[in-house]
Design a protein around this ligand. Sequence first.
Ligand SMILES: [Zn+2]
Length: 372
Amino acid sequence: MSNLVRSIVFLALLSACAEPQGKPAFPFRALIVASDAGQYRAKEVTFETLDDLDHMSGRIGYLRGNASLNVDEDPSEIIASADPDSIYTDRGHKVKTDYLVEDGVVVPQNFQTMEMLGLYYNVERTIRYWETNLDLPLDEIGYPSLFYNPKLSSNEGGIVKEVSAVMNAAYLSGVRDLWFFKTSPQERIPVKMNFGVVAHEFGHFVFDYRFANLDTTTYETSSLNNQRLLSGINEGLADFFAYMVTGSPREYAASLPELAVERSLPVGWTYNTLPNADCNGGFYCEGSILASMLYEIAQSPGQSAEKVGKVVYDSLPLFRTTWLQLRNKEILDSSSFLRALIETAGADKAIYCATAVKWYDSEALQRRLSCS
Ligand SMILES: [Zn+2]
């Protein structure tokens, strides 16, 4: 073989190595299971911010795999904790995907890659909504960190063992970490691939920013009643934000059918009928009243989910002021948030009042709304 031919063969081999058949081009397109107005099906999606497909990294952050959370207490304890050093024994590592490329489209080759693409896609869509429609200044605040399948480990007498997660997804206030746990057999669509669940958890991050200024001490109160009230408001707003971002009021049921009754909007109970309602979710059931009220306002003439979301977003610093003044002095009820909301609604006050009175059908509470 002449030197020239040898060089050509060598070059051909090199280019074959450098450009494997069907190398994906930016922006990456992938075939995944994703939501279409609450219906999950295989579809081709385009990633706008993903730069490194092999390690799931892009402008909005990267997926951290194999993190280890130190849980010698109840997992809800670590959510309340704000110290990353005591929460993590391992902050996680870059993940690795496995895929083929067919006609320029990425086709995941294992379940984990499908989940990681689905999770990133949902976070990307959620962030795009907030940046485009509500000007959430993420470049200023910083993006939340994304944990893929973090492990819960317990250290008993020097023996570290893994404990099974009782949660499927969570937001860690203050340190703004989003956890998406290993998929359980109960999940039809893995919750991390559920647009509604991802948008809900991201909603807690927005609440943490607007209400708490990312300071976990803001949530503290000496009153168990007020603690529960705040948790309900936080959950209700996260559910409304999930509806706003996804456009679908019954997204969670695609993953966990048992949530269809308790969390699809609007729910079948009001403030007065809750004690006899078919809902076992504790303060989530109270949050669903708030989410349903906001959902109903969004359906009213001249309103939209985005418009209502903007009022909620703008009302949170006002609610914060009330909360900080009264959290340890008074037994608060939902009117503490509703007043801030109604005051922020401005010219739309009448529709906010009429809908609030319908869902919060307690005269004592209504008197505190300053609606008349
Ligand atoms: Zn939540």
